[in-house]
Design a protein around this ligand. Sequence first.
Ligand SMILES: [Zn+2]
Length: 240
Amino acid sequence: MTDVVTAGISLRHGGVSRAPYTSLNLAEHVGDDESAVAANRDMLFQQANLKNLHYCCQIHSASVIDIDNGAGTIPEDPPEADALVSTDRETALGIFTADCVPIFILDHATPAIGIAHAGWRGTFARIAVNTLAQMKASFGTLATNCQIHLGPSIQKCCYTVSTELLDQFAERFGSTVHDGKNLSLQDANLNQLVEAGLPPTSISVSPLCTACRTDLFYSHRAENGRTGRMLSFIQLNAGS
Ligand SMILES: [Zn+2]
């Protein structure tokens, strides 16, 4: 993005977790050794210079939390939601993925940030647009002031779903979101954001497919559900 924010996604290398979580697994809920996850988090937070990390207990919903109301205090039990928004410079926002689409939002003007976890359920429920709507309600964010990135996630090449689901997505987001067999979560998110007023030129999409590239990423589908999670993070830089 720009020097206003620090944002990124971890790869699966360089950590201490053992198979099937090899090796930089950052999520506690997948069955990995807790001390390995803690060590991995310490490494990443130091390298990326992340401050207080807020994350949620992800439930494939379209729920968004504005964390500015308790900023600085990290709840012991993360709240159930799939997106977070903030204007606080002391806070990093994070979501975990292994195929789902991480959506990074920067409102340059305010400045404010958001991050969302969009699998097929969240995408279908328009979590990207909901996150923007929460930023508008909380901070006055305008879509035209935003830059959005859809990070590495499972792409159309590998995402075969039922005909019924393809039809539901086509009805909601347009026939271009599938090829008759496979679904593009990227296009479904892109189309809903453009419909919400984002200029297409303000949205970038990673071409990397997590299921094709298990050398770099965790993939829930390619690894039959037994794998780790990457962390996507975004943080406003001090003085921005
Ligand atoms: Zn692929």
